[in-house]
Design a protein around this ligand. Structure first.
Ligand SMILES: NC(=O)c1ccc[n+]([C@@H]2O[C@H](COP(=O)([O-])OP(=O)(O)OC[C@H]3O[C@@H](n4cnc5c(N)ncnc54)[C@H](OP(=O)(O)O)[C@@H]3O)[C@@H](O)[C@H]2O)c1
Length: 198
């Protein structure tokens, strides 16, 4: 399969690239570095990325910038980091990417347990995760040619120990559990699902 990983230089993206590159052609995308540089907050940049890639079989997104910080500093300006990044960035990957993806291809977006299990400092992620999950359910009944779409929703992950103090009581999701959540979406048959890899 030809698989695009948007966010390939990050914590999740590097693990998924290593896991899938033995058996698949991987196109690594990030705003800096990667095989192709693209900024998901720009529709023009997304369109350019797909033009360079051409057709593909699966797109994984682990690019979901949000504002992390105290409630007292959360204003319209900070909130838009998640709206334009994790929410519209990922939604536009699908809205534009549907014109380049092969029949029976798949999109897998990233959300997170914060949708239903909020923690302090992460209101922006909680809100935009919910929007992305709603979009995934809606897109699943609209996409044509057998194209599937799912979201993977982990809690804090094993390779992000700097976040552990923000998630008291959560057992970190292992990188293998995370990887298998993505495997279920890409290589399985489900669509419109929010996959919890724990
Ligand atoms: N880490 C966790 O414990 C955890 C748990 C649950 C959910 N999540 C969610 O999972 C996602 C990924 O987490 P992570 O820890 O892997 O993040 P990360 O290490 O910060 O990696 C983010 C990746 O996305 C890329 N990226 C960021 N903004 C972009 C943009 N505007 N355009 C294109 N690429 C962009 C980054 O590359 P550049 O900087 O070069 O653009 C990088 O490759 C986030 O949405 C996060 O909320 C994380």
């Amino acid at each position: 399969m030809k698989i695009i990983i948007v966010g390939a230089t990050g914590t999740m993206g590097m693990h998924l690239t290593n896991a899938f590159e033995k058996e698949h052609e991987i196109i690594r995308v990030a705003s800096k570095g990667g095989d192709i540089e693209a900024d998901i907050t720009s529709t023009e940049s997304i369109e350019n990325m797909f033009k360079q890639v051409g057709t593909f079989d699966a797109l994984i997104s682990t690019a979901g910038p949000t504002y992390v910080g105290t409630w007292k500093n959360l204003t319209d300006k900070e909130f838009r980091k998640g709206v334009e990044g994790k929410m519209m960035g990922q939604i536009n990957l699908v809205l534009i990417g549907q014109h380049y993806i092969n029949p029976k291809g798949s999109f897998t977006l990233i959300t997170g347990a914060l949708t239903h299990d909020p923690q302090k400092n992460f209101a922006n992620a909680s809100a935009v995760n919910g929007a992305v999950e709603g979009f995934v359910r809606a897109a699943a009944i609209e996409l044509e040619n057998g194209i599937r779409i799912n979201a993977v929703s982990p809690t804090v992950i094993e390779n992000s120990p700097h976040y552990f103090p923000y998630f008291p009581g959560d057992i970190p999701v292992t990188m293998q559990q995370l990887e298998y959540g993505f495997r279920k979406s890409i290589f399985g048959a489900n669509t419109g699902q929010v996959i919890k890899p724990y």
